[in-house]
Design a protein around this ligand. Structure first.
Ligand code: GFB
Length: 316
């Protein structure tokens, strides 16, 4: 057990969807939160990161900072995705070792696994096949992050762990159409089509591919659980344990929003990986399980979205 109470905990990336959910979840842990905005600390600058960590001396670190995006952003900005993410991980993980951080959790992504990995995907599928080309550069950066944690554990005995979530959605998501993942992208398009009386909304790709989604608040709870209860070299999958097709997801979103128009499919847009369902038996065996069914999470996300002022929604 790693107790968080009384500890100084740095959530790197606290303004993002996952980081802000971790901050909300940590409010009940009696720890002292350390947060620094991007405008004050560029995590891609090694000297600045080391200096900031020397000054603030966190006991524990959640590495939720990353350059992220959906299939379009990943396929069109590969240099930013590999450069930013490698730099962020390298700087934080190395500085955590130098500054004697007691526990660090690195956050990856289910796209680290091979495109055609057997489903559901177990942790040992890592590096067993070719990656999905639309997110290869991001995946390689995230694989490097896992290996950094393992290397610092082997050589220096650092208690650095890694968690691999399925596709995340929820509160404080990014709704920019060029950047977003499928849920915020479609939710916003369907909502705007409803308001403007547009008769149809185009879904990218065939709609036949399958994805597993985890609600931001469930993920944050699982990450805090791992921080407190898990120590090991093996990265740990974390998801909802269920997947659906993009067509089924679009139908659910139409229902949640209350849109009366039609859904069409734009097959000129990429599908990406055919299926990405994580095997979450390892984390379940540790005693954690997801709480929020997809439909309930989408309703909560839509309520949150419609209650925000326009300026408060990222990417809108
Ligand atoms: O969410 P998404 O971009 O993530 O796309 P990936 C999932 C599927 O939804 C793809 C389709 O088949 C998309 O073509 N889709 C349909 C849409 N309509 C839309 C839309 O309006 N916006 C978006 N974005 N997709 C990302 C990776 O892949 O998943 C990252 O690129 C990361 O590396 C992330 O791992 C979790 O699952 O395809």
């Amino acid at each position: 057990m790693f107790e968080l109470a009384g500890k100084k905990v740095w959530v790197a990336g606290h303004s993002g969807m996952v980081g802000s959910a971790v901050v909300r979840r940590l409010e009940s842990e009696s720890c002292k939160l350390l947060l620094v905005p991007h405008s004050e600390l560029d995590l891609r600058r090694q000297d600045k990161v080391e200096q900031w960590m020397q000054e603030h001396r966190p006991d524990a670190v959640f590495v939720a900072a990353a350059t992220v995006g959906g299939i379009h952003a990943n396929s069109t900005r590969p240099a930013e995705f590999i450069y930013d993410n490698l730099s962020i991980e390298l700087n934080i993980i190395h500085a955590a070792h130098v500054c004697g951080v007691k526990k660090l959790l690195f956050l990856g992504s289910s796209c680290i696994y091979p495109k055609f990995a057997p489903q559901p995907i177990t942790e040992d599928a890592l590096l067993s096949g070719t990656l999905e080309p639309t997110n290869e550069f991001y995946a390689i950066a995230k694989i490097a992050g896992i290996k950094l944690c393992a290397a610092y554990r082997w050589q220096y005995g650092c208690d650095f762990i890694s968690a691999m979530p399925s596709n995340v959605y929820g509160i404080n998501d990014n709704f920019n159409q060029q950047m977003s993942h499928v849920i915020p992208g479609l939710l916003r398009r369907i909502h705007e089509a409803k308001l403007q009386g547009v008769p149809s909304v185009a879904v990218w790709g065939s709609g036949a591919v399958r994805r597993e989604f985890i609600f931001s608040e469930d993920l944050a709870d699982g990450l805090v659980y791992l921080m407190k209860c898990y120590s090991g070299e093996q990265h740990v999958n974390i998801g909802s344990g269920e997947d659906i097709t993009i067509r089924q997801l679009a139908d659910m979103l139409v229902d949640v929003v209350g849109y009366k128009g039609e859904i069409t499919f734009d097959t000129s847009k990429p599908d990406g990986t055919p299926r990405k369902l994580l095997d979450i038996s390892a984390i379940k065996a540790m005693g954690w399980h997801p709480e929020t069914p997809l439909r309930k999470g989408l309703e909560e996300m839509y309520r949150w979205f419609t209650n925000q002022s326009a300026g408060a929604i990222r990417g809108a």
